[in-house]
Unconditional design. Sequence first.
Length: 256
Amino acid sequence: MNQSIQKALQILDLFIEEGGGELTLHQISEKTNIPKPTAYRILTTLESGDILYKTKSSRHDSRYRLGLKLLELGQLVSDQLELRGIALPFMQQLAKDINEVVHLVIVNQNKATYIEKVESTRALRLVTRIGKSTPLYTGSGPKLLLAHLPLEKQQEILAESELYSLTDHTPIDKTKLWEELAEIRKQGFAFSIAEQDADTTGVSYPIYDYRGKVIAALAVSGLSSYFEGERLEMIKEKTQATAQQISKELGYRDKD
């Protein structure tokens, strides 16, 4: 790890150890064994990013406290933990009902990140795992999330010169992808075949928070041979109902 980053983390850890109160430059330097000039440069960088806030400055010393950016980041972590805690029992019941793999997927730094997973009893094991991140343009869960992002963010994510399939590494037609994103928003769910794993199919439905914002995708995946005909319709129906239950628990109220 970069030494400057290590020292910055050391300084933030000190605030935790000291109970989050104000600390002076002298105290920070003394307790972390970081030379004052180095500590000052790091503190200035953290201050510019709203991670720390300078409460007082004099010719001899400066005082700092934790900034609002940490509150914002902490709230995001708290929201994710709440989402996982609420969703997991419903995911477990859905996996039991349909016997397919169930995922909970969120947007994280312009990618899709799998934050929860419930396995099926089948021998099939998908490459997905908790904590894994994939492009937002491939797979039912990621594409559903991409479809509900603001247009400017979609354009930013798809601005790469070439997009490639994860399974056969062939170029993805951006025109068709834009059409598919529009269709996802219209029909209310996303569907994919062999986009992340060969011979597999995925179906995803949105999870809404109390503001009516899509904050996650409830995605189910399995062998394509199990996602056909009446069984596919049953999977879609139960997945949609489960996504609606989770949304309701998060405070969402459908205006319709």
